[in-house]
Ligand binder design. Structure first.
Ligand code: ZN
Ligand code: CU
Length: 496
């Protein structure tokens, strides 16, 4: 007898095809048939709702969350069954017991535990926690550089470059999908383009990706896109631009120009893709955005504190409110927060993106969805951690018609799976792994807000991970069936 039958559903298979009425049979972790289902040990009536492949979060920072929150509720509740971690140049690996990569990442990697040094060790350590969803990893430039040469604001020597290339090669050999950079962050910002090219070349033998939080997303966005294309072209890699945006009001609308540049590169034969989160605010480590000698006033005025170990009472407040209350200038409030003990670990939310640019991004056929959620659940994290995918499906697909439902699902599933080398995932297809989400297209929507972010979305009825029911009617089932995925290969610990 088969393990699971999901009857009476509209199957959106992930290819972009229109929904088809069918049943789906699951057996030994995989989809056995799509059509009509025989008797099963567990039967579910889908009630005519949509069944899609499990959604893929192409931009995650869940490296540490897999230890601290192995239930991964904030992703599972959105219908996400796979995340790509290690983004923006910060990755759990390589690790060195003598160095604090969590601190070096400004908390992005918070939660990491254990004695691993490489990807295989990290995968084993995560699997011991029985994670609820699948994880695929990038190896990050900032982490590799920090471990090799500390916080040195200079070019690497030839031998340092060789050591960094070895770290990247080892991660790729163990199943990483590519090399990520975060060139606005320290220490990545101290690297010249040549350094990044030399390191990216270590990925070439694996034909992995070059993903990037670009050097600039505002005034110099187009130059940063050009640098990205140059790096990927020189290293002969697929380029993936993370959280594509034009930051700061004077730059709004510029995403059209950068997408035109991407289109030109595509037409010239370069492989380029992107991701976006559906919010007008970014979020990150506040200290990275300011020059403490001369804090940018326009930016300070649009900042809200998400988490702040130095001043918990400021969490959830705009910097302008804090400044008013204290009777100081908003630029003084920046200094106050950032120079307090632990102030460098402040995570902020900054309202810097134009709503129209989100729609422009979502209309682009090579645009995927990435939450960029920072899984620090203290304070008031950016709601994108909890609502990204239902928000696209509810607000941008159903309410505004920016893209069709089959197309949105395609980008969140088969396009992401093909780009990030997920083997036998991303489609509802016989023989593929049974990562599935059952949702109501008429009600699916995010409920997480900036004031009250830790809220599960509506309309997600059932989530299946590798054939196991992980979430049902809003209840976490504690299955722990997530796998550590390897680029274009079977998962960690599995053979073909
Ligand atoms: Zn980033
Ligand atoms: Cu990121």
């Amino acid at each position: 007898m088969i393990d699971l039958a999901i009857r009476n559903v509209q199957v959106l298979d992930g290819t972009g095809s229109a929904a088809v009425a069918a049943d789906v049979e699951v057996y030994q972790g995989r989809i056995r048939t799509v059509g009509s289902a025989g008797p099963a040990r567990r039967e579910i009536d889908g009630g005519g709702l949509c069944l899609a492949p499990g959604l893929i979060d192409t931009h995650a920072h869940d490296d540490g969350a897999f230890f601290r929150h192995p239930d991964m509720s904030f992703k599972l509740a959105q219908g996400v069954t796979t995340v790509v971690s290690g983004n923006c140049g910060f990755s759990a690996i390589p690790a060195d017991a003598g160095q604090d990569s969590v601190a070096a990442s400004g908390g992005i990697l918070a939660g990491l535990e254990g004695q691993f040094t490489d990807l295989a060790g990290y995968f084993d350590a995560v699997l011991a926690r029985r994670p609820a969803i699948n994880n695929l990893m990038l190896v990050g430039h900032n982490t590799v550089r920090g471990i090799t040469m500390g916080m040195e604001a200079r070019a690497p020597t030839a031998s340092e470059t060789a050591i960094m290339r070895d770290h990247i090669d080892r991660a790729m050999a163990q199943g990483a999908c590519g090399f990520s950079t975060g060139l606005i962050y320290r220490p990545g910002r101290w690297s010249e383009t040549e350094e990044v090219i030399a390191l990216a070349k270590a990925v070439k033998p694996y034909d992995g990706l070059y993903t990037t939080h670009m050097r600039n997303e505002g005034d110099r966005l187009l130059e940063a896109v050009e640098e990205t294309l140059t790096i990927a072209r020189e290293a002969e890699l697929h380029a993936h631009i993370s959280h594509h945006k034009a930051a700061g009001r004077p730059n709004w609308g510029k995403v059209r120009e950068s997408l035109a540049r991407v289109d030109a590169a595509l037409a010239a034969g370069q492989r380029v893709t992107l991701d976006v989160y559906p919010y007008t605010a970014g979020s990150g480590r506040m200290i990275e955005y300011f020059d403490l000698d001369d804090p940018n006033r326009a930016l300070a005025e649009v900042i809200r504190i998400a988490s702040c170990p130095a001043f918990r009472q400021y969490e959830g407040h705009m910097l302008t409110e804090i400044a008013d209350e204290l009777g100081i200038d908003v630029t003084e409030a920046v200094k106050l927060v950032l120079t307090a003990p632990g102030g460098d670990r402040t995570i902020c939310i900054h309202f810097i993106i134009d709503e129209a640019d989100i729609e422009t991004n979502l209309r682009h056929a090579d645009m995927m969805v990435g939450s960029d959620g920072i899984p620090d659940l203290r304070g008031r994290p950016h709601p994108r951690l909890f609502g990204t995918f239902p928000r696209v499906l509810g607000r941008y697909v159903r309410e505004r018609g920016v893209l069709s439902l089959p197309e949105a699902v395609r980008r969140m599933t088969s396009v992401a799976a093909a780009t990030f080398g997920l083997q036998e995932r991303g489609q509802i297809r016989e023989g593929y792994w049974a990562d599935l989400v059952l949702f109501d297209p008429n009600t699916v929507l995010d409920t997480a807000t900036y004031d009250d972010p830790k809220q599960a979305p509506e309309g997600i009825r059932l989530v299946v991970v590798n054939g196991e029911i992980a979430l049902e009617n809003g209840q976490h089932r504690g299955a722990g069936s997530g796998k550590m995925l390897r680029y274009r290969r079977p998962a960690h610990g599995e053979t073909a």
